[in-house]
Design a protein around this ligand. Structure first.
Ligand SMILES: [Zn+2]
Length: 259
């Protein structure tokens, strides 16, 4: 089996309270230009809030990348009842139809907070895949999005327990974004030295891997020991390294078709 890497970006408002800002979205091209340079078919999980404000920009992204759903408002699904979740999806599908004249195929829950009722709803509403499940212990042991272990390769979930294999027709693409416990995701990409990643992959190349990040990961983070430049530099080195290790980059839609 060819080693596969699923690279994705959650495209949403900037982190932090108060008024919603979108500097990460407005600077997204800094990441996208690297992906285009290496012909990486990434998936962008875009919120309804971003699609509403940046519809024409999103259409441009859609020429090179898959645009999938990251909910409408980015409210966490553990705080929403089923009717509110249904409304989120309905509003999103309407907006997506207006912008792209089509339907999104994939979904990622805000903060990875998915559950059985949520998975069932996605299947009912015609999504082909979900990519919310964190299958391994995250670097923060109390991370709210981690609900216990799950398969490390894309799988068809059980309708009784979405963290186990079963008979559902919705594919789960788990966020297998670490090697030996070191995260290959988000701000860590700029914080950990590239040499560490290089060494880890000399020892072990998982069959399936995700590299996920947010639109705001490229913003200046005053307290973090990193910079937007370092993030982008490491991201490019990581892409080159993964390609040299024989990884094939596929977006969510392509992973679904390959199953
Ligand atoms: Zn998010």
């Amino acid at each position: 089996m060819v080693k596969t890497c699923f690279l994705s970006i959650d495209v949403e408002h900037d982190r932090g309270g108060g008024e919603r800002k979108f500097s990460g979205v407005e600077n997204l091209d800094k990441i996208l230009s690297i992906l285009k340079k290496y012909s990486i078919p990434a998936t962008l999980f875009v919120t309804g809030g971003v699609l509403e404000r940046y519809g024409s920009l999103a259409k441009e992204w859609g020429e090179d990348f898959e645009i999938a759903c990251h909910s409408f408002s980015h409210q966490f699904w553990n705080t929403l009842g089923q009717p509110a979740r249904e409304k989120e999806i309905t509003d999103y599908l309407d907006l997506y139809q207006n912008v792209f004249n089509g339907k999104p195929q994939g979904f990622r829950a805000p903060s990875h907070l998915i559950d059985q009722a949520g998975i069932n709803l996605l299947q009912e509403r015609g999504f082909l895949y979900d990519s919310s499940v964190v299958p391994h212990y995250p670097p923060f042991k109390k991370y709210r999005g981690f609900k216990g272990r799950a398969p490390l390769l894309p799988y068809w979930p059980s309708a009784q327990n979405y963290r186990q294999k079963g008979e559902m027709s919705l594919l789960e693409i788990p966020l297998r974004g670490q090697v030996f416990g070191f995260p290959l995701a988000g701000a860590w990409i700029g914080r950990l030295p590239f040499l560490l990643y290089k060494t880890l992959f000399e020892v072990y190349c998982p069959k399936f891997l995700t590299v996920s990040m947010h639109s705001w990961d490229i913003l200046e983070q005053p307290k973090a020991k990193t910079s937007p430049e370092l993030f982008l530099e490491n991201l490019e080195k990581i892409i080159i390294m993964l390609k040299s290790k024989g990884y094939q980059f596929l977006n969510g839609q392509q992973i679904f078709q390959n199953r």
